[in-house]
Design a protein around this ligand. Structure first.
Ligand code: AMP
Length: 409
């Protein structure tokens, strides 16, 4: 609804200017992609791909899917446009709609929106920290207080097989306590057991899952320690969460999430991490990358509680009395909009003066211009200052000049 859209526009504008200050450029990708992109990019055993995609076969026999996440399309586009060959570091951001067939509830829709960043080209910890810092500070700049940054390292792909083997063997000894889906996950991708919402499965993980940080390589550890040190230096508070693996297959090393206690059960505001192998995996040159995606609707839920509703007031209501005043009024209104960038609403229902003044009030107009047949005959208009209740007569050809002086709100 327009009243909601005003708030969206306000938030979007803030995101655009905030991210430009960090040197990020906006990328827009199509609403749908070939289904294979998500199967290869996000992973076929993830909830998103195995349960939640809106996919179809088009009349040319192509398998297509409405975007269920935004990193894989950005990577596809990054490769297609050879961005990595044009410059070594590419900082991109988006604000976009996506689709997942999940159970709808507060803060969880089937069509929703995310803003996010993807930074390509640096393997160094400072890039992880830049991305986490953007997420943290953008929420701060919106006035959010109850923020918590959870962080983990899931190591490089080289150490993953050893960890997965150990995880699988530990969980297999307690498979009778795991749900059916998780039992299946043991034979496909044991890491995905962490995504399960079933409390029994989470208890088994708490008790028996090996801790991923014990499996990191020396380089992984150095990288992660540097990320944590820099976060501390930047005074970004964090907590370590060794179960944070995130529900998408492409992550390597750093994973993080920001939550807000103001949100209730769906408390994640945003999530992200490093994905050093995805560009190569989708057919591009080997390029390290890190990013995050943040739910717009979740941000709106939190902001609704802490900020005033935004109202769209017009500057001028044009009160028109009689057909003879019509064309002159419409010309003046247009000139005020085009020349002075003022918002002007013109009467279109031919109501009485009283009803039109009431409408001017309802629209929150600062001024009403009253134009009737008498005014036209005398070459004058009555201008009423709605806030002060004063009114004066102004020559028709001086109206623009008058509002040039009074333009400021
Ligand atoms: P993900 O792409 O799953 O990492 O999610 C990133 C962020 O998007 C989450 O932290 C939420 O804020 C938001 N989000 C994810 N799924 C939904 C959904 N179905 N409805 C609304 N927001 C969502």
């Amino acid at each position: 609804m327009p009243v909601d859209t005003l708030r969206w526009q306000h938030i979007e504008q803030h995101i655009h200017s905030f991210l430009k200050n960090y040197g990020y450029g906006e990328i827009r990708t199509p609403a749908f992609e070939e289904t294979g992109l998500f199967i290869r990019g996000v992973g076929k055993d993830t909830d998103v791909v195995s349960k939640e995609m809106y996919s179809w076969v088009d009349q040319g026999n192509n398998n297509l899917t409405l975007k269920p996440e935004l990193t894989a399309p950005v990577v596809r586009s990054f490769i297609q446009h050879k961005l990595g060959r044009l410059q070594p570091i590419n900082r991109l951001y988006y604000i976009d709609a996506l689709f997942r067939r999940e159970r709808p509830q507060k803060g969880r829709q089937r069509q929703f929106h995310q803003f996010g960043v993807e930074a390509f080209g640096s393997e160094h910890p400072e890039m992880d920290v830049e991305v986490i810092s953007i997420a943290y500070h953008i929420y701060k700049s919106f006035g959010l207080k109850e923020l918590s940054v959870k962080i983990n390292s899931i190591g490089s792909p080289e150490v993953r097989p050893t960890y997965l083997k150990e995880l699988k063997s530990q969980l297999e000894s307690h498979s009778e306590k795991l749900c059916k889906t998780c039992n299946h996950r043991l034979s496909t991708n044991a890491l995905r057991v962490f995504d399960c919402k079933n409390s029994n499965c989470q208890l088994v993980l708490d008790e028996f899952a090996p801790v991923i940080s014990d499996f990191l390589s020396d380089d992984d550890r150095i990288h992660f320690d540097m990320v944590l040190n820099l976060l501390s230096e930047l005074k970004i508070p964090y907590t370590l969460d060794n179960k944070l693996v995130r529900g998408l297959d492409y992550y390597t090393r750093t994973t993080f999430e920001i939550t807000s206690s103001a949100l209730g059960s769906q408390d994640a505001l945003c999530g992200g991490g490093r994905y050093d192998k995805l560009v190569e995996q989708l057919g591009g040159d080997s390029t390290p990358a890190v990013g995050f995606a943040a739910g717009m609707e979740r941000l709106l839920i939190v902001l609704d509680d802490i900020s005033e509703p935004i109202q769209q007031n017009c500057d001028i209501y044009m009160v028109i009395l009689g057909e003879k005043a019509l064309s002159k009024a419409l010309i003046i209104a247009n000139n005020l909009r085009v020349d002075l960038n003022l918002s002007v609403i013109t009467e279109s229902s031919r109501r009485s003066v009283k009803a039109q003044m009431k409408e001017a009030n309802r629209q929150g107009a600062r001024f009403a211009i009253i134009l009737g047949e008498n005014e036209i005959k005398n070459g004058l208009a009555t201008i009423k200052n709605m806030n002060e209740g004063t009114q004066e007569e102004i020559e028709l050809n001086k109206i623009i000049e008058y509002f040039k002086e009074n333009r400021k709100r």
